[in-house]
Design a protein around this ligand. Structure first.
Ligand code: ZN
Length: 384
């Protein structure tokens, strides 16, 4: 690959439209989603940012999130829930920020509003922005101030001063992250800013790919240099920029964060990076766990985004005819016409079926359960 290429989508950092293709990623998405599952991973030839070129529109992406609302019911990392692990993360962010108690803390992309709640526990005024209706309602039901958009917040709270803006694990999901930054700077021109994103250098590496962290929903792959560059383009004067593990329970997920200040009237120099942490490379082939190309029936347990990537890419998995998951948000939905069943149904599989388990933080536990329950005695293929 690596050929010169004119992407449909402009670079989310420098707005340039020319790059090299590092590879293609194809996901077998739920049949009820009207969005193409293939993206091209490209590197901008101007600023070296790595991002996805996609053929879907902002409207299709919004519809994707509307239909895929597992964040509203989940207690996992990105959901904005009040699990102990998340609460620890929120305290870490508040500690680093030292927000000014005079203004409101605005959490953009707040999910169920866990961070907003924790700010209040610590005595701060806080509100959230969340485009997903289900997540928003989950947060509102607990008495939090959550709005669909920054403009809705500004219209309903014209007197409020936004002192601090928090944008944690949001930028990597957006087709036009700079557009959102502009809207924020217009509404909070001098605010303190906290931004956190996954560190692309930790999972995009030619010889140590962490495929399970290549989510369909992540469209921008920031490494240290592009991240500071993005901040400068967004008129943020950086006070502190470091890396951190996502949380105490998820120490293997590395993130970048920065604390800065919006400076709408000051020219902040944008430095074009000479070298970046993630080198120029071609996406290596996906792991297949040694899965043979034969005609034995194949079932898959754990319908994660990684599983969807494997199903979309590995020829051996074209024939998967049973799918299992534990999440009520997934059971009953279909991929390539195969309905996702409750994981308890694994016991109904024939012994000659191969059961594929794509790697996840739960897969060792899942293997242990299978072994202890004796509900499946056929061959298990664990794909890392
Ligand atoms: Zn660029």
């Amino acid at each position: 690959m690596n050929q010169n290429y004119t992407p449909l989508r402009a670079c989310p950092v420098c707005n340039n439209r020319s790059g090299n293709i590092l590879g293609k990623l194809t996901y077998a998405l739920f049949d009820d989603l009207d969005i193409p599952g293939t993206k091209s991973l490209i590197r901008c030839s101007e600023c070296k940012m790595i991002y996805d070129d996609v053929t879907f529109t902002e409207k299709q992406l919004q519809e994707y999130y509307r239909r895929n609302e597992h964040y509203a019911a989940s207690s996992l990392g990105g959901s904005g829930s009040l699990s102990d692990d998340n609460r620890n993360r929120y305290d870490r962010i508040i500690d680093i920020l030292q927000p000014d108690a005079g203004g409101t803390i605005l959490d953009v992309g707040c999910g169920q509003g866990g961070f907003v709640a924790q700010c209040r526990v610590q005595g701060f005024r806080a509100a959230g922005i969340e485009p997903s209706e289900k997540s928003r309602n989950a947060g509102r039901a607990t008495g939090l101030d959550i709005y669909a958009s920054v403009s809705e917040y500004a219209a309903k709270q014209p007197e409020a001063t936004i002192g601090t803006v928090v944008i944690s694990h949001v930028l990597e999901h957006l087709l036009e992250p700079q557009k959102m930054m502009k809207e924020l700077i217009n509404n909070a021109p001098e605010a303190l800013v906290y931004i956190e994103v996954p560190d692309a250098a930790s999972y995009l590496s030619p010889d140590a790919m962490r495929w399970q962290e290549l989510y369909f929903e992540h469209l921008n792959y920031f490494c240290k240099e592009n991240f500071t560059n993005f901040a400068a383009q967004s008129c943020i004067e950086v006070i502190r920029a470091e890396s951190t593990p996502f949380s105490k329970n998820l120490t293997n997920i590395q993130c970048l964060f920065l604390v800065g200040q919006f400076r709408c009237n000051t020219e902040i120099p944008v430095k074009k990076p000479g070298t970046v942490t993630v080198p120029q490379f071609t996406l290596p082939p996906l792991p297949d766990g040694g899965l043979p190309h034969d005609h034995r029936p194949i079932a898959l347990w754990g319908v994660s985004q990684y599983a969807m990537l494997l199903m979309g890419s590995l020829p051996q998995l074209k024939r998967v005819n049973r799918l299992f998951d534990a999440s009520p948000a997934k059971i009953g939905r279909k991929i390539r016409g195969v309905t996702i069943e409750d994981a308890r149904e694994i016991r109904t599989l024939s012994k000659k079926t191969r059961l594929v388990l794509p790697y996840s933080q739960y897969s060792l536990q899942m293997l242990k359960e299978l072994d202890e329950s004796g509900s499946f005695t056929g061959e298990i293929v664990h794909i890392h």
